[in-house]
Design a binder for this molecule. Structure first.
Ligand SMILES: O=C(O)CCC(=O)C(=O)O
Ligand SMILES: [Fe+2]
Length: 279
């Protein structure tokens, strides 16, 4: 069985149901070529300056370039894509609210071996969350076409319900082949890994992930985005970055004020705005 491909007008409800069943899916052609071009052009100087990974998991011929919010204004449209936020709000429904977890351009260089098969939620110290409690909703936007040969992400479909294991290999997975501008969406529970790039060209994907607001973010948005840049961003993007309360009181500043008040002088309402969708 291959990964399910959905057209971009598929409802968030249907996408959520497929991710819960298969662990992952591809939304074909969700971003225009023009938008992918702009994000690629804004990020190119930073990608060129990024050192390769320092271990096998990060990929010794893979560059991981972050801080998209500060570095690529055009990426905000992908980070805040309404369909993706709707799916994230549904998948992460056991928590009160969700936030941006990381933004990372993953450029897998020519002749790279495949990444170890893993779960992204292992970032939380390998804690085994309950099977029905999804803590991460992840995307990889194809900045180049993704093929089996150039290192398309490998996914072990249906593996989201399995216990933690380090035994799975590439033979347990299928490639998420997709065209440039398409988007792989997957739960933090599903086993997957970057594929081996056996071509002479770099495979580039933009990993944008969201997690429940009571867990720590992998990319520290408060430090990756300088305060003078944050001050110019709209409230809804700031809230998604974590300038909002997680659950009842997580992340408040000084006298139990909403963290957005650290950026905005005016009074801000207390309470989460990236609320999840009750089922
Ligand atoms: O680059 C990819 O296709 C996947 C990378 C990945 O899964 C990771 O770094 O956690
Ligand atoms: Fe991963």
């Amino acid at each position: 069985m291959g990964i399910v491909h959905c057209p971009p007008d598929t409802s968030a409800e249907e996408l959520d149901a497929i991710i819960r069943r298969d662990g992952a899916l591809v939304i074909d052609d969700l971003a225009s070529a023009g938008l992918i071009d702009r994000v690629g052009a804004e990020m190119m100087p930073f990608i060129d300056a990024t050192p390769m990974g320092s271990d096998d998991f990060s990929g010794r011929m893979t560059a991981r370039t972050g801080a998209l919010i500060a570095r690529s204004p055009s990426s905000h449209e992908l980070i805040q894509h309404p369909l993706i936020l709707d799916v994230a709000g549904r998948l992460l429904d056991r928590a009160k609210s969700f936030q941006l977890h990381l933004t990372q351009m993953i450029s897998i260089g020519p002749n790279s071996p495949g990444q170890a098969i893993h779960r992204d939620q292992w970032a939380f110290d390998f804690y085994e969350f309950p099977a029905d409690y999804h803590v991460q909703c992840n995307t990889i936007w194809a900045m180049t076409d993704f093929s089996e040969a150039n290192g398309a992400t490998r996914v072990m479909l249906g593996s989201q319900d399995l216990p933690n294991s380090f035994e799975y290999t590439v033979d347990d997975t299928v490639p998420a082949e997709m065209t440039r501008g398409s988007c792989l969406v997957y739960t933090g529970k599903v086993y997957h890994g970057g594929g081996a790039n056996q071509t002479a060209e770099t495979r580039c994907g933009l990993n944008i992930t969201y997690n429940v607001s009571w867990l720590r973010q992998e990319e520290n948005q408060y430090l990756s985005v300088p305060p003078e840049v944050a001050a110019e961003l709209p409230d809804d993007l700031l809230r998604l970055m974590g300038y909002q309360l997680g659950a009842y009181a997580l992340g408040y500043i000084d006298d139990v004020r909403d963290p957005l008040a650290a950026i905005r002088d005016e009074h801000v309402d207390r309470g989460p705005s990236f609320a999840t969708t009750p089922r």
